[in-house]
Design a protein around this ligand. Structure first.
Ligand code: PMP
Length: 404
């Protein structure tokens, strides 16, 4: 059984409010989620009772840390349906994972005239690394347009594909509107023309079961901090055959088998992509977050989140001067603009009433341009939010409109 209040009680920052004595309604979980006590405890335990470097040294502490670090990798592999833990590379987050693929896979494979297909609603993290590698290789970026209802259509991807298409970069779920992209069909069509697909799962993993093998994704990336784990830890999943074929990226300790001034040889997967001391505590805490999520009734918890989002939508959509942008019934976010008012002014007035949410371009300039707006206000709902918080949010918006 999913008990929202019992789950909420596990999040100290939600209990206390993010600012000492102010009770903040936190509706910014798409930016980063709060952390349950069990995850905070995992970090504290690691640093207070273990703390050793991994994959080096010869004492028991390092052996234990290494074992837990690698177990965490196994946990991630199982969580996303990878066939082997070798397919899981630790990164700092989704952004770093995409840059790794761009600079290792794409940079060596692309040549002039090759095309990278990217949708208009993508986060900057899934655009800029590709622009950089396009500049380096002479490849071209091909934009797939977004529809006015903030959806992406398979047919548009299909028309963008041709014999030159080598890479498709697609988000699983939009951080602005929560739009689900048709990734299954896009992956299948991309494979038909021999292209590889990177899926940005940053906004998906906290909310749905992901099976990278069933999806047949070539690469899938996400960040721990958007799924109840700490910042500074993230994941690149890659098909083993692809990762094996890719050259090393960052150089340093741990990614090598032998260094000499004549010839340096590199580690096998996944170590060859993990130069230097990794975020051991972060990896262990991410595994803790995954185990915590696995113990929830995820269907029920997601239904709770959708109810909250739907309640906010129903109440706000009838308010004069508010335009909801690209509403998606199955999303955990709600994005809107107030006609004639700058999004930051709305957010400031909400902040003054203890409502924390995100206003701005959401790292999606091309999407904002397509919508013809400079920015929007986005409320994002999570497992620990309540109906009362939604109502407080709606009342605060109405009060803000009175002031404006
Ligand atoms: N993709 C999407 C869809 C996101 O929402 C974000 C974070 N806003 C990212 C990528 C980048 O994640 P991170 O900053 O954790 O690397």
């Amino acid at each position: 059984m999913f008990d929202p209040l019992a789950v909420r009680a596990q999040f100290p920052a939600v209990q206390n409010g993010s600012h000492d004595d102010e009770c903040t309604v936190y509706l910014d979980s798409a930016a980063t989620t709060h952390k349950p006590q069990i995850v905070i405890d995992a970090i504290t335990h690691y640093y207070s009772q273990q703390n050793a470097n991994v994959h080096r040294g010869s004492h028991r502490l390092t052996a234990k840390a290494t074992e837990q670090f690698e177990q965490a990798r196994d946990t991630v592999a199982t969580f996303i349906g990878a066939t082997s833990s070798k397919e899981i590379v630790w990164t700092r987050g989704a952004t770093e994972a995409i840059n790794l693929v761009a600079q290792s896979y794409a940079r060596t494979m692309l040549t002039e005239g090759d095309e990278i297909v990217i949708g208009e609603m993508e986060h900057h993290a899934n655009i800029v690394p590709w622009q950089i590698v396009a500049e380096q290789t002479g490849a071209t970026i091909v934009k797939v347009p977004m529809h006015p209802d903030c959806t992406m259509k398979v047919e548009d991807y299909q028309s963008a594909f041709n014999a030159n298409t080598k890479i498709v970069a697609i988000g699983h779920v939009s951080n602005v509107t929560g739009t689900h992209q048709p990734i299954e069909q896009v992956i299948a069509l991309a494979h038909d023309i021999g292209a590889v697909v990177l899926v940005d799962g940053a906004q998906a993993v906290a909310h749905e079961n992901v099976d990278v093998t069933a999806l047949d994704a070539d690469f899938y990336v996400f960040s721990g901090h958007k799924m109840f784990a700490p910042t500074g830890i993230g994941v690149l999943y890659g098909k083993q055959s692809l990762l094996d074929s890719m050259p090393v990226w960052h150089g340093g300790g741990k990614m090598v088998t032998k260094v000499s001034f004549d010839k340096t040889t590199f580690n096998d997967l996944p170590g060859k992509f993990e130069a230097g001391t990794p975020n051991t505590a972060g990896a262990i805490a991410l595994a803790t977050a995954i185990e915590w999520l696995n113990n929830l009734d995820r269907a029920a918890s997601e239904a709770h989140i959708k109810r909250l989002q739907n309640r906010a939508y129903t109440k706000l959509s009838t308010v004069d001067d508010i335009s909801i942008i690209g509403y998606q019934a199955d999303a955990s976010v709600l994005t809107f603009v107030v006609d004639g008012v700058h999004h930051q002014d709305v957010a400031t007035l909400l902040d003054q009433q203890g409502i924390a949410l995100r206003a701005g371009h959401h790292c999606a300039h091309p999407m904002m341009d397509a919508l013809g707006v400079k920015g929007t206000v986005r409320a994002s709902f999570a497992i620990y939010n309540t109906v009362e918080e939604v109502d407080a949010f709606v009342s605060a918006v109405i009060k803000a409109l009175d002031i404006l």
